[in-house]
Design a binder for this molecule. Structure first.
Ligand SMILES: O=C(O)CCC(=O)C(=O)O
Ligand SMILES: [Fe+2]
Length: 457
């Protein structure tokens, strides 16, 4: 007997009964319910606060893509290193394209249940579109008031025969368009870091694409649940289109900031991205090659890059003392330069990069000038700004489409560059695929062992 059942409530049974009907939350609404099933009830920690804190100082930037390139780069850089989320206007896409995209997801969801149920499953191996109420319905602690149509677009194209008719054309058109936009954004983001504009593209970051179309119907008890629970997106970059019904919020400290819909704007949650400079050119340290800049802190990502590159180039006359913390792992080191980069799992996914060095008298300098946060690029699990969608209290449904961009190439070997190896300085690390690094970092397999220890020869 399950724990839930002993409490006089068999949660799994209720979930299964609902899921087996394949009607989605839209089907529940259509059945005329006034209360939501108990398995949608969120615990108080994940429910929206009854009285949201007002932070007029926090607004989501709107970036005009038709402005001069240097200004766009500056603004994107600023938005990415502060709130980590921005909206885009004047993106050159006709409004009709965005409109058809949103309309196609709306139409799919508003068809009779029997036309949707053939697509209701959570099996990615089928290759077409998968429709469901929450892909994690059976794993999550509480369900969310949302139905989703999801498909992988690339590197393997979907089997279009298994994509609903009403969405096929719009999804295919959007894939072509969003690819152009993704390339442009990745170029601007790379340049904002002082890197060549093609760096992220070269890392295959445009080549893995997943499409999700969300439908958030009216919720009769919006205070008890959410539309999508607080999360960070997987991937390098997410491009999101939303309709006029609001509810999307971005976390900033302890506060939540509304992302008010702007007609025809695209929202792009900033997700951390690879410092491809290191990945491609420095490459001595597998782990460092996977550092990427966290957008959440206001410190400029440009500075992060500079300091990391300085370390790799040995420009800092640094001697780093031991950093004694049980929770800290050494992620990369250059003993020859006396430099180390520490990853602190305290933040779970946030990695704290800390550097100390000694001044000529041997006194430790305050770390503040060299302390910053970075993310580690992960296997479809890049960590970025937290966001959520409130359950929809309006009669009109909220519709959104997100495309997640991920590197398609995870099996390349990472490790010391052969050019750097000499008999006096043999390879300190063995080569390993990115996928392996990611898996170890985010699974228990590490068991307190540092990654560099794991990969060191
Ligand atoms: O519906 C939205 O606006 C957000 C969706 C989202 O965050 C996601 O799919 O990851
Ligand atoms: Fe998201």
């Amino acid at each position: 007997m399950t724990a839930a059942a002993t409490q006089d409530y068999d949660r799994l049974k209720d979930i299964k009964q609902f899921d087996d009907q394949k009607i989605g939350v839209k089907g529940l609404v259509d059945s005329g319910i006034n209360t939501i099933p108990r398995f949608f009830h969120h615990p108080p920690e994940t429910r929206p606060a009854p009285t949201p804190t007002s932070r007029p100082d926090l607004t989501i930037s709107t970036i005009d893509l038709s402005a001069p390139r240097a200004a766009v780069i500056r603004e994107i850089h600023h938005a990415s290193s502060t709130l980590g989320f921005f909206q885009i206007i004047n993106h050159n896409f006709p409004q009709s394209l965005l409109h058809s995209l949103i309309a196609s997801i709306k139409s799919f969801n508003e068809q009779p249940a029997e036309l949707k149920s053939p697509y209701y499953h959570r099996d990615p191996s089928r290759g077409g579109a998968a429709f469901s109420t929450n892909f994690d319905l059976y794993q999550s602690k509480a369900a969310s008031w949302r139905d989703t149509l999801q498909m992988r677009l690339a590197p393997t194209p979907p089997n279009w025969d298994f994509v609903p008719d009403v969405c096929r054309e719009a999804a295919a058109e959007w894939d072509t368009a969003v690819l152009t936009l993704g390339e442009e954004l990745m170029g601007l983001l790379s340049e904002g870091l002082g890197l060549e504009s093609g760096k992220l593209k070269d890392l295959t970051c445009l080549e893995g694409r997943v499409f999700v179309g969300h439908y958030y119907p009216y919720c009769p008890e919006p205070d008890l649940t959410v539309g999508i629970t607080s999360h960070t997106d997987p991937g390098v970059l997410t491009v999101l289109v939303q309709n006029e019904v609001g509810g999307l919020q971005v976390k900033c400290g302890e506060d939540w900031v509304d992302v008010d819909p702007i007609p025809g704007a695209l929202v792009r949650p900033f997700t951390a991205f690879a410092l491809s400079e290191m990945h491609v050119e420095e490459h001595q340290f597998g782990s460092l090659s996977m550092c990427h800049v966290s957008p959440l802190e206001s410190r400029g990502s440009q500075d992060v890059v500079k300091v990391l590159l300085d370390i790799l180039h040995g420009a800092l006359p640094s001697t780093l003392p031991e950093f004694n913390s049980d929770t800290t792992r050494v992620a990369a080191e250059r003993p020859d330069l006396g430099s180390r980069v520490y990853l602190s799992p305290e933040f779970n996914v946030y990695i704290e990069l800390q550097m100390w060095w000694l001044n000529s008298d041997g006194d430790e300098r305050p770390p503040s000038s060299a302390r910053m946060d970075v993310d580690i690029m992960s296997n479809d699990e890049y960590k970025s700004v937290e966001h959520r969608v409130l359950a929809n209290p309006c009669p009109n449904s909220r519709v959104s489409v997100a495309v997640f961009f991920n590197p398609s190439n995870r099996e390349d070997l990472y490790g010391p560059f052969p050019e750097l190896l000499t008999p006096e300085k043999p390879a300190a690390y063995r080569q390993f695929p990115l996928s392996d690094f990611m898996r170890r970092f985010f699974t228990k397999e590490l068991d307190g062992k540092s990654l560099t220890n794991y990969y060191s020869l």
